[in-house]
Design a protein around this ligand. Structure first.
Ligand code: ADP
Length: 490
């Protein structure tokens, strides 16, 4: 059968992972390795770019071995990555001039506030689909240019390269300086309508164009790497959330996925139309493929699976995350109890950063199981709120919700999600959806698969949760949740 394997490199915030997929989408090997998180000051987060590279390449070599293959068997490499994290390196030596500034890092929030005062926010929103926040790469890059000796002068001469983590890995693999549309759309510097770096924003942020990567489709032969010995094409780059959307085969407008991790990340495909949000959702490029780009709406829930960790570590109501399901199942319903985990405020559609958590509806009969159940339900209620916003923007109801991430293993939670949404929830057989998306994109460029519809057959349902509530029950539950939210905000 020969070269029908794809190596997906999934470079995440806390670990690097490499997975070898076969042509049926099956996982042949998976190896991951954690690397150091650097916290130089409260609120600041950095990674050593060389540690990112070394952990990534070590897992790649190990995964090929674990699969019982040789590098000759790998037809293509696809890269998916933690988004927005910013690396700057010297074009001549290839050495980073500073640590990678991680997406979580808040060091530029003051600069963002200043730029907002200067009136840049609406320009940012209109041109990039994002909000002016320290999360995205642009102000992180500006910080490096302002704080590293000689960086700005060198950048202006074209002596420095900026890249997100996909670019950095591509550079280490092939010596090429490029990125893809999905990653570019998270930088705060890329015009998602004109599909080019935006001169107005580059001017406002004082970023020299000479240091920016070339932007290419997500599924594309970027170059050939020889680091494994034989020549292997690097055939895809894609940001992690967009890659997960692709791995879920959510190819048509209206199709969407929710990843239930520490927080929840929801993305809805909006096809060739960039849909501007009225509810503070982000407009982002999903991928570049088949000679065009497609867009997505993105929303997140700050506290998703983290509420389960809170039940375990702070409230001591459960011993393990998985136990949340058995404890919640001890009662038939939440008994009128609602947990609103606004531990760090509330995101879309409420956008209230000063809100803090509440538990409402407690009676003499409320017990541990009610609180655990209500905490789980808060994950699905919050996710449904974001989906309802997306539906309002798109003016259509979602047909199904595809799910992945650690907390998607919880059947009770998934059933509640289906009940609250009134739409089926589909869990796929592959839990590694992010890596699968990168493998799909690379396999398409390398000719393992001819077109994306072939991939729909590879995506296999593991379990489908069908809504069981009638409309009255759903409305009653949702109005209970609304009342709890209103008390939280009041
Ligand atoms: P991340 O990538 O954000 O680290 P994961 O996808 O690994 O997250 O998911 C971990 C999160 O899912 C944790 O917050 C954990 O509390 C939650 N979780 C894991 N298993 C379950 C479960 N069976 N039920 C509910 N929550 C769970």
């Amino acid at each position: 059968m020969g070269k029908d394997f794809v190596l997906a490199m999934d470079q995440g915030t806390t670990s690097s992972r490499s997975i070898v997929f076969d042509a049926t989408g099956g996982i042949r090997a998976s190896v991951s390795q954690e690397y150091d998180q650097l916290y130089p000051q409260p609120g600041w987060v950095e990674h050593n770019p060389e540690a990112i590279w070394e952990s990534q390449i070590a897992t790649a070599r190990a995964a090929i071995l674990q699969a019982g293959l040789s590098p000759h068997d790998i037809a293509a490499i696809g890269i998916t990555n933690q988004r927005e994290t910013t690396v700057v390196w010297d074009k001549t030596s290839g050495r980073p001039v500073f640590n990678a500034i991680v997406w979580q890092c808040r060091r530029t929030s003051g600069l963002c506030a200043q730029l907002k005062q200067e009136g840049l926010e609406s320009e940012v929103r209109q041109r990039t689909g994002l909000v002016l926040d320290a999360y995205f790469s642009g102000t992180k890059l500006r910080w490096i240019l302002d704080h590293v000796d000689g960086a700005r002068a060198l950048a202006e001469e074209g002596g420095l390269c900026f890249g997100t983590v996909d670019s950095w890995l591509l550079y280490k693999l092939c010596g090429i300086h490029a990125t893809d549309y999905s990653n570019a759309s998270r930088t705060l510097l890329f015009n998602i309508h004109h599909l080019d770096w935006d001169d107005t924003l580059l001017g406002a942020l004082k970023i020299p164009r000479a240091m920016l990567p070339e932007v290419k489709p997500s599924s594309f032969i970027y170059g050939i790497t020889k680091v494994f010995g034989p020549e292997i094409p690097v055939a895809a780059l894609c940001g992690d959330q967009q890659s997960a959307l692709f791995g879920q085969a959510a190819f048509a407008p209206g199709e969407c996925k929710n990843t239930y991790g520490t927080g929840c990340f929801l993305l809805m495909n909006t096809g060739e139309r960039p849909v501007a949000s009225h509810h503070g959702l982000l407009t982002t490029i999903a991928w570049g493929l088949d000679g065009k780009v497609e867009y997505a709406l993105e929303g997140s829930v700050f506290i998703g699976g983290a509420v389960v960790q809170w039940l375990r570590d702070e409230m001591h109501l459960i011993d393990s995350a998985a136990q949340s399901e058995t404890v919640a199942a001890e009662v038939e319903d939440n008994g009128g109890v609602y947990v609103v985990p606004a531990f760090v405020g509330l995101g879309a559609p409420h956008w209230n950063m000063s809100a803090r958590g509440t538990i409402t509806g407690l009676t003499r009969g409320s017990g541990r199981a009610h609180v655990v159940r209500a905490a789980l339900e808060s994950i699905s209620f919050q996710s449904a709120d974001v989906i309802r916003c997306m539906e309002a923007e798109l003016k259509s109801r979602i047909p199904v919700l595809k799910v992945d991430g650690g907390a998607a293993r919880n059947n009770l939670l998934m059933q509640h999600q289906a009940d609250v949404l009134g739409a089926p929830v589909l869990r796929g057989q592959t839990t590694e959806t992010t890596a699968l998306g990168a493998a799909f994109l690379a396999g398409l460029a390398a000719g393992i698969w001819k077109e994306k519809n072939e991939l729909r057959d590879i995506w296999r349902e593991e379990r489908r949760f069908v809504p069981q509530w009638n409309i009255n029950r759903r409305e009653a539950a949702v109005s209970g949740w609304r009342a709890a939210i209103n008390r939280t905000i009041a």
